[in-house]
Design a protein. Structure first.
Length: 381
């Protein structure tokens, strides 16, 4: 006969309210950056006659590929990309946060993750249930984000290499990549709008559709998180097998069936810990010291690491870029002629060009035709 376990109730307060507040604060910060950037672009559109607004460096956080390349060049040469220095530090902060607290950036700070979560909550409210695709479809879809990440790694490390990545970072295309991104959304194409709409609808039915299946950033952080020394641990002795933790998990992990959650999908959101009704049964713990890490410490830790790394960038003068107002106005006029190599053949050609040419050509080799290249060389001289 099974003996009933003596239960000591978990009276610890939940952390989800604070997680929501931190996510909201971060989303508001992003909106603020967006408004500042709009005013900066408006200044450029006016040809310099409107009031000047300084470009907010935080916008670099929305250039993950450029930031990733910049991090690669920093690791290889110690140089920081002067066009988007903040991006490199934001990238470093996000990777560090994931190394310490798992994929926590996704559930505590990322504005896209936050919106995804809100859409998922809305879907669950309407349909009163969670939809999960069959396992084989789920595994197949989850592999997509790793394929996208793999392609990026292949292009950066194998097709380009350090010198070509450096040339790309110095190119005018990279210097105005943030402005180009702004116009991608401001003048959004019908196709892009349909894709975003589709992702929205899919996220109503399948929680975190974008994050779970398509985000290459999430894939990278998921891989980094596997090396995190802090994991969700279940005590099978005091566990009463109620399954509430698994039910609460937004990543649909079988928390109630394992002793340690080793998953690239765990975002350290602490929903399972909040849901567990038994004291000291489910916690985030250090694998080395075996000590429990409180939910508050996770909240404070995630925000502090992010603030500390970006704070170092500000204090050491690596936050603002070195592109002058005048240079921006010139770039803005020529921006439509700037392109970047797409596809393996174009990347190889660019690599060949950068290996053979002088640095002034590197800066202009993204331009579409000879006349534009000559014009740009004059400007950049
Ligand atoms: S296992 Fe727990 S901490 Fe990890 S995603 Fe699921 S609910 Fe969040
Ligand atoms: S919530 Fe999970 S860990 Fe806690 S008692 Fe229930 S099954 Fe066990």
């Amino acid at each position: 006969m099974k003996t009933k376990k003596k239960i000591i109730r978990n009276n610890e307060k939940g952390i989800q309210k604070y997680r929501f507040l931190i996510q909201s604060a971060f989303a508001l910060l992003c909106i603020w950056i967006g408004i500042d950037f709009y005013l900066f672009v408006h200044y450029l559109e006016s040809g310099g006659s409107a009031a000047f607004y300084r470009r907010p460096p935080g916008v670099d956080g929305f250039l993950p590929i450029s930031s990733f390349m910049s991090f690669y060049v920093f690791l290889s040469t110690g140089k920081i990309d002067p066009a988007h220095p903040a991006g490199m530090f934001i990238f470093l902060a996000i990777v560090l946060v994931s190394l310490v607290f798992g994929k926590s950036f996704c559930s505590w700070l990322c504005p896209v993750g936050f919106i995804s979560e809100l859409i998922g909550d809305f879907g669950e409210k309407i349909f009163k249930r969670k939809f999960t695709p069959p396992k084989w479809i789920d595994y197949f879809l989850r592999s997509l984000k790793y394929i996208l990440l793999g392609l990026l790694f292949y292009a950066v490390f194998f097709l380009m290499g350090e010198a070509t990545v450096n040339a790309f970072l110095n190119s005018p295309y990279n210097q105005v990549a943030d402005i180009k991104m702004f116009y991608f959304f401001a003048d959004i194409s019908r196709f892009a709008l349909i894709v975003i709409g589709l992702l929205f609808v899919l996220s109503v039915f399948i929680r975190n559709f974008w994050c779970r299946y398509l985000c290459p950033y999430g894939a990278l952080l998921g891989l980094v998180s596997l090396f995190s020394p802090n994991k969700i641990k279940r005590n099978p002795v005091s566990c009463i097998d109620c399954g509430l933790c698994a039910k609460a998990c937004p990543a649909s992990l079988k928390v109630d069936k394992v002793k340690t959650v080793w998953s690239d999908e765990c975002t350290s959101c602490m929903s399972c810990v909040d849901a567990c009704p038994v004291a000291d049964t489910l916690d985030l713990k250090s694998l080395y010291t075996k000590k429990k890490i409180s939910k508050k410490a996770v909240a404070i830790g995630v925000v502090s690491i992010f603030m500390a790394v970006t704070g170092i960038a500000i204090i050491t003068g690596h936050w603002q870029n070195d592109i002058t107002r005048k240079e921006y106005l010139i770039h803005y006029k020529m921006m439509d002629t700037y392109t970047h190599p797409t596809g393996g053949a174009a990347i190889k050609e660019f690599k060949k060009e950068t290996e053979e040419s002088s640095s002034s050509l590197n800066k202009t080799s993204f331009l579409k035709n000879e006349a534009d290249r000559n014009k740009a060389k004059q400007v950049l001289r």
